[in-house]
Design a binder for this molecule. Structure first.
Ligand SMILES: Nc1ncnc2c1ncn2[C@@H]1O[C@H](COP(=O)(O)OP(=O)(O)OP(=O)(O)O)[C@@H](O)[C@H]1O
Length: 245
């Protein structure tokens, strides 16, 4: 994945292949096995929900998919590129060019407007949309010059989503994106994610504790004790606007 390569177009087919992915955290005397032997294929354009109890390994898996961490053993391949950490440059370029992250807390810079928060990313990306385009995609055209303190939690999260997708990543990884929000605001955030997935064809993985959100996914993966114990497809995706919890 050299830095001189042209931008990777949004593709069809398998984006991630995980085979026997295992993650062990060594903390003092204790080894914690966070992932046992995870095998999954994630496909271009899919919207995937990761469900599971606290401690089941969801964030560990998401962090490994996003190149923030690497497996202790097993293989994770992104479109032919091994993400095993043997070449730090590959992981850095992968994170910079191919992945957008959204976390439960928005991590916006308080002294910058919505537009300026997004521009931080568009300024260093290879083929970005403009901050205005990104903010329009999340329904915030009218709030571009507002500071985070002038926006609700849900609006701040939508700025964070605009920041994550402005570089047109192939993959959008969301860790509890509605965890800090009430239902109505959470649904507005999910509608933004749904629109991005549909219009940009971004492979989207959402971690949630909220089983109701599974209905908006193409595919649902249940983790328990570091293993995928159940996996199913929805024949029809429920629009985020129709979710209830
Ligand atoms: N840096 C770390 N060092 C040691 N153990 C860790 C570390 N990160 C996670 N773990 C352990 O790995 C296991 C899986 O954690 P992980 O955060 O992936 O679960 P999770 O399903 O995302 O949980 P939650 O829903 O509470 O966020 C847990 O037992 C956790 O304590």
């Amino acid at each position: 994945m050299s830095s001189t390569q042209s931008p990777i177009p949004v593709s069809t087919g398998v984006v991630f292949q995980a085979r026997g992915v295992r993650k062990v955290y060594h903390t003092g005397e204790l080894d914690v096995v966070a992932l046992h032997s995870v095998d999954i294929d994630l496909n271009a354009g899919e919207l995937v929900c990761l469900l599971g109890a606290s401690g089941s390994g969801k964030s560990t898996l998401l962090n490994i998919l996003g190149g923030l961490d690497v497996p202790s053993s097993g293989d994770l391949i992104y479109k032919g590129w091994p993400l095993d950490g043997s070449e730090e440059n590959t992981l850095t370029l992968f994170r910079r060019n191919c992945v957008g992250f959204v976390f439960q807390f928005y991590n916006l810079i308080p002294s910058l407007t919505a537009r300026e928060n997004v521009a931080l990313i568009t300024g260093i990306s290879r083929n970005p949309m403009t901050p205005e385009e990104a903010l329009e995609m999340v329904g915030l055209s009218g709030r571009m010059d507002h500071f985070p303190s002038q926006l609700s939690g849900g609006e701040q999260q939508r700025v964070a989503i605009a920041r994550a997708i402005a570089k047109r990543p192939e993959v959008l990884l969301c860790d509890e994106p509605t965890g800090a929000l009430d239902v109505t605001t959470g649904i507005a955030v999910l509608e933004a994610v749904e629109r991005i997935n549909r219009e940009l064809g971004t492979l989207t993985v959402i971690i949630t504790h909220n089983a109701a959100m599974a209905d908006m996914a193409d595919r649902v993966l249940h983790l328990s004790d570091g293993k995928i114990v159940k996996s199913y497809r929805n024949d029809v995706r429920l629009p985020a606007a129709e979710l209830k919890w």
